[in-house]
Design a protein around this ligand. Structure first.
Ligand code: HEM
Length: 473
């Protein structure tokens, strides 16, 4: 839109168009990835759109996304400076950084997660402990309705344990505050006015959501800075129990050299894990429970498999998924169907030719992950919730190459293993103990399956009921 005009002309045209933009903005923010998928049906898997003042290249469908992210990985590995995230992170951290700082911080973060036992037995033990807290919390509603978002508590605490070195009681004021702030920020990130700000940052003085986001993120940063200071006061190399400790230790260790782990990068990296590591897994778990309420016959089959393999009381381990193909298929199908992060932008680090098109260095590229997860050439019934997508004729679990909810290539999600174990343990553990049903008076067909667009596609706010199957002996 208007990319050929002088900025002053743009302002004048835009003020006239603001009303229209807001209306379009709502649509864009909610279902922009559907619009882009629609365009790709006419213009093919690689096309350009003008988003605000930027030309953006969109990649659609499994083949184009895989070719870019896997086969041309180096060229597509940067992130563009998105105005809101630039104001928060200034190009630091893992998620929104590029080049040397990104490579070093990502490598360091992966190593620390491994050292802290994430994705391994230790993490599983933590998850089983957390599962018990969540089960007790759900039991306290005695089969009555509770907000689906309550499920966030358990996955959030796993990330917090990694970040802060300990779990929090669900009533702890810091835990409650952080959960609220994360929720509010994630929702505001889907606001159409925030999209408008990202498209036209010079309109910032007229718009509100980015200011609210900055204010709330600052509140989160106050808590993180306090924890970083505590770590600085007590740090010793033999005592690294959290990601924040590890960051602080690395900073002190590097101090003599010109470290990339300066204060801004330490804070941004902690903030990245706090944000990216909570909302994503939590929201997927909410969807999983919502879909089980919507499809009770699938929930029954999952429970039958759990009974056969684990019985009513034996806690699940990640190893058990090998004997539980149906449950495993259901979890994969939840992740495919909900397209949690429909697209995360990248940026070219050099001039390149891709599928016959010249793309200059510094171009924003949107690999549409949703178009891969819903690709008609890869899935039998892409728009239906169908666990058979991951099962062969004999009921064995089958991996699918187009299953890319965590993206792929050099910049794929660093929390993939952790989230995969969490989803299996929490989902299996919950269905083992409870039958999930819609609240009284709501039919399965009346459940609201519309996604609310925030940073992720999250279920609309609603309640669930959990009926205890039987008390353990
Ligand atoms: C990046 C999905 C859980 C931390 C990403 C990306 C996706 C994604 C699609 C973008 C990758 C790209 O640019 O191609 C998910 C999903 C999750 C999940 C679906 C859960 C179901 C987590 C968890 C953590 C985490 C638990 C942390 C413990 C990150 C970070 C990045 C990232 C730091 C940035 C990586 C980079 O830019 O190098 N995630 N994620 N995620 N994720 Fe996750």
């Amino acid at each position: 839109v208007c990319s050929f005009m002088h900025p002053l002309e743009q302002i004048s045209a835009l003020l006239h168009l603001l009303h229209l933009c807001c209306a379009v903005g709502w649509v864009l923010a909610m279902k922009d990835y559907l619009g882009l998928a629609f365009i790709s049906e006419k213009y093919g898997p690689v096309f350009t759109v003008h988003l605000g003042m930027q030309q953006v290249v969109v990649l659609s469908g499994y083949e184009a996304v895989k070719d870019a992210l896997l086969n041309t990985a180096d060229v597509f590995a940067d992130r563009p400076p998105i105005p809101i995230f630039h104001q928060i992170q200034h190009g630091n951290g893992v998620f929104f950084s590029s080049q040397e700082l990104w490579k070093t911080t990502r490598r360091f973060t992966l190593a620390v997660m491994r050292d802290l036992g994430m994705g391994k037995r230790l993490a599983e033990e933590r998850m089983l402990e957390e599962l018990q807290f969540l089960i007790e919390l759900i039991k306290s509603f005695q089969g009555g309705p509770f907000r689906l978002r309550l499920l966030n508590a358990a996955p959030t605490n796993i990330t917090f344990a990694m970040l802060f070195g300990r779990r929090f009681d669900y009533g702890d004021p810091t835990f409650v505050t952080l959960l609220r702030l994360i929720d509010e920020v994630m929702l505001l990130l889907g606001s159409p006015f925030l999209h408008l700000f990202n498209f036209y940052p010079f309109l910032g003085f007229l718009l509100k959501p980015h200011k609210m986001i900055l204010k709330k993120v600052e509140e989160v940063c106050v808590i993180l800075r306090k924890r970083i200071q505590e770590s600085k006061a007590n740090i010793s190399g033999n005592n690294l129990t959290s990601y924040i400790d590890a960051l602080v230790f690395k900073q002190e260790e590097d101090n003599k050299s010109n470290t990339l782990f300066h204060d801004a990068n330490v804070l941004a990296s902690a903030l990245d894990l706090l944000m990216a590591g909570t909302e994503t897994t939590s929201t997927t778990l909410q969807w999983a429970v919502l879909l089980m309420m919507k499809y009770p016959e699938i929930q029954k089959k999952v429970h039958a498999e759990i009974e056969r393999v684990l019985g009513p009381d034996c806690p699940p381990t990640f190893e058990d998924r090998k004997n539980m193909p149906f449950t495993n298929a259901v979890i994969h199908e939840v992740q495919r169907f909900v397209t949690l992060l429909p697209h995360v932008p990248r940026c070219t680090s050099a001039d390149t030719r891709f599928k016959g098109y010249f793309i200059p260095k510094g171009t924003t590229v949107i690999p549409l992950l949703s178009s891969v997860l819903l690709d008609k050439t890869q899935w039998e019934t892409p728009d239906e919730f169908n666990p058979n997508h991951f099962l062969d004729a004999d009921g064995n679990f089958v991996k699918k190459k187009a299953f890319l909810p965590f993206s792929t290539g050099r910049r794929n999600c660093i929390g993939e293993s952790l989230a995969t174990v969490e989803l299996f343990i929490f989902f299996t553990g919950l269905i083992q103990k409870f039958t999930f049903k819609p609240p009284p008076g709501v039919k399965e067909s009346e459940l609201n399956m519309t996604a609310e667009a925030g940073f992720t596609m999250r279920p609309s706010p609603q309640c669930a009921c959990a009926v205890l199957r039987r008390e353990p002996k």
